[in-house]
Design a protein around this ligand. Sequence first.
Ligand code: ARG
Length: 592
Amino acid sequence: MMEEEFGGNVKQLLSKLFKSSIESTVPSEHHVLPLISISKNFGGDYQCNNAMGLFGKIKKTMPEFENPKSVGEAIIKNLPESEVIESCSIAGPGFVNVVLSTTWLAKNIQKMLMEGIQTWAPKLTIKKAVVDFSSPNIAKEMHVGHLRSTIIGDTLAKILEFSGVEVLRRNHVGDWGTQFGMLIEFLFEQWPQWDESDDHNKIPIEDLQVFYKQAKKRFDDDAIFKEKAQKAVVSLQSGEQPKYTKAWAQICEISRREFQKLYNCLGVHIEEKGESFYNRYIPEVLEDLRKEGLIEECKGAQVINIKGKKIPLIVVKRDGGFNYACTDLTALWYRIKEEEAEWIIYVTDVGQSEHFEMVFHAAKQAKWLPRDGNALPKATHVGFGLVLGEDGKRFRTRSSEVVRLVDLLDKAKDRSKEALIKRGKAAEWTEEELEKTAEAVGYGAVKFFDLRDNRLTNYTFNYDQMLNDKGKTAVYLLYAHARICSIIRKSGKDIEELKKGGEIVLDDQYERALGLRLLQFSEIVEEACSNLLPNVICEYLYNLSIDFTKFNDHCKVIGTAEETSRLLLCEAIGVVMRKCFELLGITPVYKL
Ligand code: ARG
């Protein structure tokens, strides 16, 4: 019997077996790709769906096949002998229903326990990717949309990193817009002596957004100030006046410190390469586009006409200034040509999808990206829906938004702390344990709620739902995990010792269901990577927790004949759950 090299992906393994069988069953159709999916209706584990399509193609040339069913039967007969498959049967019109070998499932879980969850990481062909996420604007509000981008982007970066991709985590902050002329000029006006000060901390701005609003008012009300501000932008962007550059840098630094508070809170690591970074490459890029004959004049502006779009992509404004699109084109160029990224991913609200569509299209016209969207390098816009308030309108917080975003997370933490205290944990745990757990649960709840549904859907921000201990919430999942840990703790056994001598057996139906679920981890992560969908992992983690809950209701662990096997199974669930939590940016708790 063939020993299969199992790289973690059951679907791939079955594909290999079925490919070989299809080749010998219908030699003329040897190029056909096996259609393998998780079995939904036929009581098996997986199914192969090729027989129907194949029959349509060969019914004239291979009269020995009377119907799809007979093709399916032949596929079963020709399957190479393998330790992976227990049995196959025909279901419906010709689906091949596959039952995996329980022994094989158990053996591979045990192997993962010995060799680590990393052995189940998907192996992607992509080597380097850019994930452009968070990306708030200096001095303007950082709102829940940026929070979503930060949470989703961080998870995408994590699943790609786990799958062996080098990820450049990029914070494309808006640090180069026309707002700076107004801010700098207002700064000079308010503090004429400012130039003397060298100390960054001495910039007397308490709240940058309040300052922004005051400057904006001045800009709107006074034509002379407005003119000065517009000139200031030119001075800044030309880089010739150190005073302007210095003022700009200090304003950016104030914002940066604010943003960092949120990143620390979320445990998110990200590297800033803001819009200003790409400024120096713009002339070269425009030159390249011109050479390709892509840039045209339109009402005094320079534009790129995009096939199939009514409005062109403006790259140089009438006043000669570079805009958002120009910077994005240049950043895309830089990421492809200089950083040699093969996949460039942008995480923003769906409102910007048209912008990215146009930028990607222009990049294809410029031959930076291949026309074939599946070839590398490729660029993808990861859009997401709105966060709504209870009133059904866009969720907004007032004034200093960064502070409010941190508050938002802390409120979830406070509420989870209250719940823990109500359950008597203040007496059981140290203050530090209480604090840490409340933070893990509270922050985790907000993150999970943001990630659990398809990112394109809007959701309503609601603490009661996020912090519910039932249903698809972080709290329920963290409880399940803590329960597993408590079983292992209470057994008094040393898992490392058990791993050496013990054996996993999946005789009971609840054990087997768990075993199958565990083995699907790798293909789930792969699916989340290919479609850039964090909710796929949330869904998996939730199903795994449900499987565990059922097992826990039906199968006793401690003091039974199956104790060793079941403790090892619990450990494996714990390992997989912790990896999922990590990928979702959630801190697991061991007691709850
Ligand atoms: N700063 C932009 C905003 O707040 C998001 C930037 C997204 N990234 C990009 N490369 N355009 O809407």
